[in-house]
Design a binder for this molecule. Sequence first.
Ligand code: AMP
Ligand code: MG
Length: 332
Amino acid sequence: MDRSVTNPANILPVSSLLETEIGLIRDAVRRAARLCVTSAAASQFWYEKREREPVTAADFGAQAVLLRALIAVVPDDAVLAEECSADLVRAGADVVAGVTTAVAAAVEGAVTKEQVLGWIDHRGGGGNRVWAIDPIDGTKGLLRGDQYAIAVGLIEDGQPVFGALGCPRLELSGMHGVLVWGGPRLGTFVESLGGGKVRPLVVSGVADPGRARILGSVEVAHGDPELLQRVVERVGIGGGWVRIDSQAKYAAVAAGMADLYLRPRNRDDWRERVWDHAAGAAIVAGAGGRITDLDGLPLDFTAGDRLEHNRGVLVSNGPLHDRVLRALAEIG
Ligand code: AMP
Ligand code: MG
């Protein structure tokens, strides 16, 4: 079967995903986003032990909704996903029951708790396609009332080829609550999470550092403020900071709301998680932007669930990229 299809503008082939598959994935992201917006599960949270990061009951519900769709659409593809059912079960029977109710509402059908736990743990098969899933990226943002994203990325032969980001609180192209999706050979598009017109997105053309707007995390502990300040001064970045949680930062670069996103690590042994970058990287590439690490190397998505071989992440509209890399090399 010829799996290549054309994009909505009929221009180029789209990895090996079919248009119908993309449609079903977009639908699943919308449903997962609705769960996060409407369910009480999104305000029920606790701290997981390993990294002391917050997790909500909605993280598990959204992952169940997303992986249920992958099982239906691409059952043999491998999956890297943030949550596992054992952590949900540990939270207690009442939490499992609440998540099951939320998932049933999101998929508009009857579901059992066994199904929900099974969907959360689906990891697919082997092969050259890997889905990177962060059901709620930016949980701290969600709990603070700020940005968060439902992130689904597809890595094919080590390259991010497709991404979908549901951003329920992001304001873009005159819409409040958006679904941004696309990839390098597909182009990148935005639509309201509620559905409606699909519009193409392109990165900004800003080449003058004095006008460049730079994105950063709200959580300063997720970066290196001192290094960021030195880069800003050396490059002469003058458009100001835009602080956003989660991969909504990638959507902001793709839409030209900002021109640079520099993510240094805050400690030498930190390695970025694949599901925090795969969807965003595909989307920015599809909108004409550029993604490397702080040494100018391509992100290596082949080393498991972390970017083991990369130092931080640099995302840009393109024209500003080499200036920032040069400054980073000079700073050392
Ligand atoms: P942000 O919203 O940009 O602050 O990024 C949120 C993501 O940061 C979460 O999904 C975590 O996976 C990730 N994260 C957690 N700890 C760190 C850390 N020490 N450095 C960088 N990222 C981290
Ligand atoms: Mg995350």
